[in-house]
Design a protein around this ligand. Structure first.
Ligand code: SF4
Ligand code: SF4
Length: 115
């Protein structure tokens, strides 16, 4: 079963002021879950793309694999915004080049809520 609109499928419309996922048994969509992640942003990027290398890269997997969609292409150039990084490591694995990838420094980065 899809995790979207479970309550709606069961005919249980949200009440005013009620957020998705507050009804018992209702699951949050991926987008709603990602919306719960809080970030403490460092002034220095923990992942650095190498512009010269990216210019020559034909594969550009980073554009497709990042769940937070932090890699974009503008006028043929790769742009990367480290803010909002979920620290999943997918781009590190997918990039065929030596991506300068590190976890954020202590206290910075994503703060997940569990439960
Ligand atoms: S896959 Fe790696 S080298 Fe290619 S554009 Fe993306 S970050 Fe640059
Ligand atoms: S670590 Fe994950 S969320 Fe962060 S930039 Fe790479 S793919 Fe995107």
């Amino acid at each position: 079963m899809s995790d979207v609109d479970v309550g709606e499928k069961l005919g249980e419309k949200e009440k005013p002021g009620e957020k998705p996922g507050e009804k018992p048994g209702e699951k949050l969509s991926i987008e709603a879950r990602l919306g719960l992640v809080a970030f403490t942003i460092d002034s220095e990027a923990h992942i650095k793309v190498k512009e010269e290398v990216c210019k020559e890269c034909k594969l550009r997997y980073c554009l497709f694999v990042c769940p937070a969609k932090l890699y974009t292409e503008e006028d043929g150039e790769i742009k990367f915004n480290y803010e909002g990084c979920l620290e999943c490591g997918t781009c590190r694995i997918a990039c065929p080049q030596d991506l300068d990838w590190n976890y954020p420094k202590g206290g910075f980065g994503a703060h997940y809520q569990y439960g």
